[in-house]
Design a protein around this ligand. Structure first.
Ligand code: ADP
Ligand code: SR1
Ligand code: MG
Length: 420
């Protein structure tokens, strides 16, 4: 049960070192006298303060929630409780996939502060994709994370009581899911105050979607699914800025939007960001075609991530289905075929949701608040608008036709066609 902090203030580098010196776990970890520690604020996200604290021997990360949206300022208040839910979600992810999450050293409730492993020499995946770096193990790791985290927090793995208690706990993170409901499913479809788009190039598209009743109906169907399908504990903001990588290692950070929702939402978030990176590539190439091979790698990563998710999820379904849904007793002996059919149909439902959420998230990153660096850093506005329009064309199809699209093979084929 969440209770608000009574003694909160936002840190600066000096007050933070002083505070951390009093936490045994931190002092032991950094292992040199606190006067020698150096702190630096490195937060490049939209919401929080993030500090690196270095001793002569070691370093760690201290992430502190601010009582407002950092990107906007104090005019948009946001509860400190998000640090509590981020810590709760990180602990669960650590239990399920410890090799894919940062280790947690300490949680300081009164200061809305999480102290965790400093991932180094990792970089934010989005930065790597903008530079055109390939990560050979990325799809494997992300497919694995998606399958393990979504399966193991659902009724397929948990008994009814445990699952419902978990749903109840994370329901209190409703301001964060409410923010998502607003900025993904509502704002881009009307003249919301903080919307932004490349103008005048995208003006027509923007005007068209605001009178596109079929699209508005479809986006509200997706919002209905988002709000009414508490299948699994979601990361809730699984874009490429929430993944840190090296060539060998992948870690998922920043689950402050965690709540129980549809499995397809996290899958869609990751796919969206790979596809936006794909459509941005022509805006970053020094000569025509120079990034074509990289674009193909991104599309292969879309396919491979989904294939690994499906394969891993299927293994878990067959071997670890110990929760209250699809009990083994119903599928004993000669009923294996029925059990596989049930799996196929379950996976299809996840896929349809994932396709729709992929489209929804592509549109919000181009027409709403909080755009992506992949597209924003294309300096030539005409070229940027061309890249964005292509992404928007695919997004609209994904939202409207999600139920008749076979899978990400179709998405990749359409992406290639639109981009050619
Ligand atoms: P926000 O919630 O504000 O989006 P993030 O959790 O995404 O903040 O963190 C912002 C930045 O801080 C990241 O982009 C990354 O550069 C850095 N960062 C966060 N956590 C870690 C970590 N465990 N190790 C290394 N760097 C980190
Ligand atoms: C106010 S919108 C800020 C965005 O940043 C976060 O990373 C989430 O994606 C959120 O939608
Ligand atoms: Mg964040």
């Amino acid at each position: 049960m969440y209770r608000p902090p009574q003694d909160y203030f936002p840190f600066d580098t000096k007050t933070l070192c002083h505070h951390l010196a009093q936490i045994d776990a931190v002092a032991t970890y950094l292992s040199t006298p606190s006067e020698t520690w150096r702190a630096e604020e490195v937060g490049d996200g939209n919401l929080n303060l993030v500090f690196i604290i270095k001793s002569e021997k070691k370093s760690l990360i201290a992430k502190q929630a601010l009582p407002y949206v950092r990107l906007v300022g104090e005019s948009w208040p946001l509860p400190l409780s998000r640090a509590y839910f981020e810590h709760e979600a990180l602990c669960r992810h650590n239990d399920i996939t410890p090799h894919l999450t940062p280790a947690i050293l300490h949680y300081d409730h009164e200061k809305a502060l999480i102290i965790m492993e400093h991932l180094t020499p990792h970089i934010i995946l989005r930065k790597g994709l903008i530079s055109g770096v390939q990560y050979p193990l990325l799809a494997d790791h992300m497919g694995h994370f998606l399958a393990e985290s979504l399966f193991n927090t659902s009724d397929l793995a948990l008994d009814g009581q445990t699952k419902k208690m978990s749903v109840a706990l994370f329901s209190e993170n409703h301001v964060m899911s409410g923010l998502t409901e607003q900025v993904i499913f509502d704002d881009p479809y009307f003249d919301a105050e903080l919307n932004r788009h490349t103008s005048p190039e995208l003006d027509d598209f923007v005007n068209n979607i605001r009178s596109d009743n079929a699209l508005k109906k479809a986006i509200q169907e997706l919002k209905t699914i988002f709000m009414n399908k508490p299948e699994s504990l979601l990361h809730g903001d699984l874009h490429t800025g929430s993944v840190m990588v090296t060539q060998e290692d992948t870690r998922i950070i920043d689950p402050e939007f965690a709540f129980y929702g549809p499995m397809g939402f996290d899958i869609g978030a990751f796919m969206t960001n790979l596809l936006l990176s794909y459509f941005s590539q022509k805006g970053h190439e020094e000569k025509q075609g120079a990034r074509d091979a990289y674009g193909e790698w991104l599309l292969e990563t879309v396919l491979k991530t989904y294939a690994i998710f499906e394969a891993e999820f299927s293994i878990l379904w067959r071997e670890r289905r110990l929760g209250s849904l699809y009990p083994e007793t119903l599928f004993e002996n000669d009923n294996k075929v029925a059990c596989e059919q049930a799996l196929t149909s379950y996976l299809r439902s996840i896929m349809v949701d994932a396709l729709g959420f992929t489209g929804a998230k592509m549109i919000r990153r181009i027409l709403g608040i909080a755009h992506v660096e992949d597209l924003e850093t294309i300096e030539n506005q005409t070229l940027r608008a061309t890249c964005e329009k292509r992404a928007l064309d695919l997004a609209r199809i994904l939202i409207l036709d999600r139920k008749s699209i076979n899978g990400f093979d179709d998405v990749v084929r359409m992406a290639r066609e639109i981009n050619s």
